[in-house]
Design a protein around this ligand. Structure first.
Ligand code: CP
Ligand code: NVA
Length: 303
């Protein structure tokens, strides 16, 4: 596989292989070892939106594998697809670098980049998907819950890019995901159908958060206002009332259910500070695992 655009492009075995490599390299680097497999290789990192975790963890992963990374803001290049067509950018960059990582608004932009580039293209989040996040999340679940098969994940909040990629990962890896969203914010029917066709996992939706967290091993949430939706903040916050991950909701969940959030988090909105900081929270393990998954992904695609 040349690119990493969506979890649906990968087989279960390919995803498990990436998880195994992530865990192996995580152990290796934790004892001071290294795997200098990307000597002389350079990754171009194109961002149309802000980023802390994705940008820094990709840069660190490239450095640790003995490669380099170039961070490109839209204003540096006159905007993605504005100063020149995306297909021209893709072909020019392919002559310079060994891989392209991009965070774009439109999902079609990354598809176009991948179509016209001869080097691997990695999806670092679009409005539609966030596959690197979902794979780091699965790595984290595996560390905390041993067996992924049959694991119940309750996603509370917005049927967004993070939820969609997690649904695909759950389906591929045999987990049971239940999304609880307010009416109008569920995942599109096509994505749900696609996830359930994948099997062995299942993905279902409800408007009842308490029902979703009952029996859950993992309770996951994300912002109610994704990047690019800032103008809808007031309406969204009103619509999502009752979908906060808080102590009251957790009364309906098993006491050992783990709390996850891709970050950045907005305390007092989608999650309370109390739950965020609770002993059951594995949020910073998730953040750390962005580095470990992406190191494995870069090794796979660029070496
Ligand atoms: N979770 C995540 O992708 O964070 P950043 O937006 O900071 O990269
Ligand atoms: N759904 C969020 C994820 C941030 C990592 C967004 O798109 O802004």
């Amino acid at each position: 596989m040349k690119d990493f655009l969506s979890i649906t492009d990968y087989t279960t075995e390919m995803l498990k292989d990436l998880l195994r490599t992530s865990a192996r390299l995580k152990s290796l680097y934790s004892v001071g070892g290294n795997d200098l497999c990307l000597t002389g290789k350079v990754l171009a990192m194109l961002f149309e939106k802000p980023s802390l975790r994705t940008r820094i963890s990709f840069h660190v992963a490239m450095a640790e594998l003995d490669g380099g990374a170039i961070y490109v803001k839209p204003e540096d290049i006159g905007g993605i697809g504005k100063r020149e067509p995306v297909k021209d950018m893709a072909r020019v960059l392919s002559r310079y670098v060994d891989g392209i990582m991009a965070r774009t608004f439109e999902h079609s932009t990354i598809i176009e980049l991948a179509r016209f580039s001869s080097v691997p293209v990695i999806n670092a989040l679009t409005d539609w998907l966030h596959p690197c996040q979902a794979m780091a999340d699965v790595l984290t679940m595996q560390e905390h819950c041993e067996d992924l098969k049959g694991l119940k994940i309750a996603f509370i909040g917005d049927g967004n890019n993070v939820a969609r990629s997690l649904a695909f990962a759950s389906a591929k890896l045999g987990m049971k995901m239940v999304l609880a969203t307010p009416p109008g914010y569920q995942l599109d029917a096509e994505s749900i159908q696609k996830a359930n066709q994948i099997a062995p996992g299942t993905v279902t939706q409800t408007n009842n958060p308490a029902q979703a967290v009952a029996g859950a091993n993992i309770i996951y949430t994300d912002t109610w206002v994704s990047m690019g939706q800032e103008a809808e903040k007031q309406k969204r916050c009103a619509d999502f009332a009752g979908f906060q991950v808080n102590a009251e909701l957790l009364k309906a969940a098993p006491p050992d259910a783990k709390i996850m959030h891709c970050l950045p988090a907005y305390r007092g909105l989608e999650i309370t500070d109390e739950v965020f900081e609770s002993p059951n929270s594995i949020i910073f393990d998730q953040s750390e695992n962005r580095l470990h998954f992406q190191r494995a992904l870069l090794k796979k695609l660029l070496s």
